[in-house]
Write a protein that binds this ligand. Sequence first.
Ligand code: NAP
Length: 257
Amino acid sequence: MPSYLEQKFGLHGRVALVTGSSQGLGQAMARALAQAGADVIVNGRDPAKLAPVVAELAALGAKATPIAADLGNRADVQQLIDQAVGWQGHLDILVNNAGIIKRAPAADHSDADWDLVLRVNLDGVFTACRAAGRHMIARGSGKIINIASLLTFFGGVTVPGYAASKGAVGQLTKALSNEWAGKGVNVNAIAPGYMRTDNTAALQADPMRSTEILSRIPANRWGEPGDLEGAVVFLASRASDYLSGHVMAVDGGWCGR
Ligand code: NAP
């Protein structure tokens, strides 16, 4: 008889796809899902970066496979979901994590940067949700976890495209929840706080911004990728079956300040 924790939080027999899991937050979430028992598909654009992550998950005893795809290309996204479903015949967990940021004052923000950020962070997320959602609705179960941001709630500084995309990810999460919660598919989001990854390298390197950010974090430290482990396993597991359309901030208390 599986333990209470295994019944509620265990992911054995589940297949998870984490987009953008070659490094950073996606890699940490892929590792956490694997440690909770899931078989994991690792994604990013560069196949060479996926191989070591797959090896790391395999060393933990998990089944893992790489699928390279560009989330900024709708045809690639559809193919990614088709291949993910084809791997074991089903897809139970989709973590829409791949995301990019382009920093420039709004008055100088180029069309190219705006379009690219919206394409990856929003169009890619909707296309993946729609393709995976069709499959999950047909099976009557599934967990979709979108990676939002504190800029889902706040406007940020010199990242207008990023803020617009992440605000939209929050609304998309609620819109899909409204349609799919009654069909056995939970759609939720995680809004990470300021985490130490390549995405925030420019902020970490700027002594003024870095100090300003740290001074507002009640936990008194920047987040580390591993800080998302509990939230992603919870949202992927049966323990969160009645949680839907929620954007969960994992931010060391930033939003409460
Ligand atoms: P990161 O270290 O830059 O990693 C981004 C990942 O996404 C990489 O694996 C990258 O792999 C992949 N990626 C980028 N563009 C892609 C594309 N077009 N198609 C497929 N994969 C792509 O960033 P991170 O900090 O881990 O961020 C992960 C997510 O969390 C993003 O959505 C970000 O907006 C969000 N977030 C981060 C923070 C933070 O403080 N770090 C805070 C809030 C939200 P390849 O380059 O190999 O394709």
